[in-house]
Design a binder for this molecule. Structure first.
Ligand SMILES: [Zn+2]
Length: 434
């Protein structure tokens, strides 16, 4: 009976999350109305608009069809639409899908206000296409390594959020409908710490409720990278898993990740960068993050979150200054240092892991949640039937809701049935004369 109560309260909490979400959204919407003043505007001499940045990227790809390709993936639900542009670097383009190559997936601009990260994406693509160069870079030996590497770059994961920032809401980090895309993944989703900020960290109504997160998950699962890096700003740090607990994973993969991060810190961050688990180093735990999902579920052996710049002297309302360099010298220094750090990863990464087998990540037996079951089921179906099954993605949340309601009503019926039996028994007992 105790187990029944536990199950009942779990299901009730699940259904309650749907109603509390609308309250959270209302609060977030109210908060969004209070336009936060920002003393420093976007420096348009240094930073591209999102349109100009994609224009630059498209012309770069057009000039280097031998190395670069670009695709735009669209998704949406409940009237909300989003798109993510993915640029693929591959030495000889025909080998784009060659699974024998070492694969690296990089994502920038997951939070709208962190504009500097998307500028870094453009810089890395310019260097990869040999239109720009890094000082002290031996291009010949690098090209030898890059022949066996495929790099996918997402320059702006959160285009809708970025548009809100460009329209003047300089503190916006969430997507176009108020969800934090780095809380919307399924590992430990929805757990709230004592200092949980419903405005900043809204995880959405369910794991993968947001089209941006769905696109990124599908991209990661199909590409199956050896290295994942999500690039942020707000501080200087090199994080490895986990974000949702204050420990790092055990064993060889963890040691390998830490060694690479220490090298990057020594060579490119002048030892200023914080290193360790996101949850252990940053001072708060984060639940439902992309990096924890990449490590735990996609089993990317080297999964990282980089924080490339932060101005701790900026006031909390001065978001552009807090998250982005505002002068030319710092802007250039940050792009050069971090572009060099990424080319160190391109050089050292392939030597760390065998491209054929992604050996090293421990297989962990874990409970599969209803969400993950449906995700896996629908992903499999879609792979088999191609784009025709795309519509299932939209209906996934609805299926989950109906399934939960079905479970909830079954348990309630069972509960009523059990209590009726126990009442009947009591009557029989009391009818017997003592
Ligand atoms: Zn961020």
């Amino acid at each position: 009976m105790g187990a029944l109560f536990l199950l009942l309260s779990y299901l009730l909490s699940l259904s309650a999350s749907f109603s509390t979400h609308s309250i959270a959204l209302a609060t977030a919407a109210a908060a969004a109305d209070l336009t936060r003043p920002s003393s420093t505007p976007i420096n348009r001499d240094l930073y591209h608009s999102s349109d100009a940045l994609f224009e630059q990227i498209r012309s770069l790809v057009h000039r280097h069809p031998d190395k670069l390709t670009v695709e735009t993936i669209r998704a949406g639900n409940k009237g909300y639409k989003s798109e993510i542009t993915v640029v693929t670097y591959c030495h000889s383009r025909k080998d784009n899908d060659d699974k024998s190559k070492f694969r690296i997936l990089l994502s920038f601009g997951q939070h709208g206000r962190e504009l500097i990260t998307s500028e870094l994406a453009l810089r890395i693509l310019s260097i990869l296409s040999e239109e720009q160069f890094l000082p002290k870079m031996d291009r010949a030996s690098l090209n030898g390594i890059l022949e066996n590497v495929v790099i996918k770059v997402v320059p702006m994961e959160n285009l809708n959020g970025r548009k809100l920032v460009e329209a003047g809401n300089l503190c916006e980090r969430r997507n176009g409908r108020g969800v934090d895309l780095n809380r919307n993944w399924s590992v430990d989703w929805g757990k709230k710490e004592k200092d949980y900020d419903p405005y900043e960290e809204n995880p959405g109504i369910a794991p993968f409720s947001e089209p941006e997160t769905q696109i990124m998950r599908n991209l990661a699962i199909s590409f199956d990278p050896h290295i994942w890096v999500t690039v942020h700003s707000g501080m200087e740090a090199l994080f490895m898993p986990y974000d949702h607990k204050n420990i790092t994973p055990n064993g060889l993969p963890s040691k390998r990740m830490r060694l690479l991060l220490e090298e990057l810190n020594n060579v490119h961050c002048q030892k200023r960068c914080m290193i360790g688990s996101g949850g252990g180093s940053v001072g708060y735990l984060a639940h439902g993050t992309a990096t924890d999902y990449m490590y735990d579920v996609v089993r990317v052996p080297m999964s990282f979150t980089f924080e490339i710049y932060g101005d701790s002297t900026a006031t909390t309302k001065d978001c552009f200054k807090m998250f982005n360099p505002v002068d030319h010298t710092t802007f250039t220094r940050v792009l050069n240092d971090w572009a060099a750090a990424f080319f160190t990863i391109f050089k050292l990464g392939p030597g760390q892991i065998d491209a054929q087998s992604k050996a090293g990540v421990p297989k962990v037996d874990k409970w599969v949640s209803i969400d993950e079951y449906f995700d896996g089921y629908l992903m499999g179906r879609r792979n088999r039937y191609g784009k025709k099954m795309e519509v299932l993605e939209v209906g996934m949340q609805e299926i989950r809701t109906y399934f939960r309601l079905f479970l909830l009503s079954s348990v309630l019926l069972l509960f009523m049935f059990c209590s009726r039996i126990s009442k009947t028994r009591r009557q029989i007992v009391s009818a017997i004369p003592v």
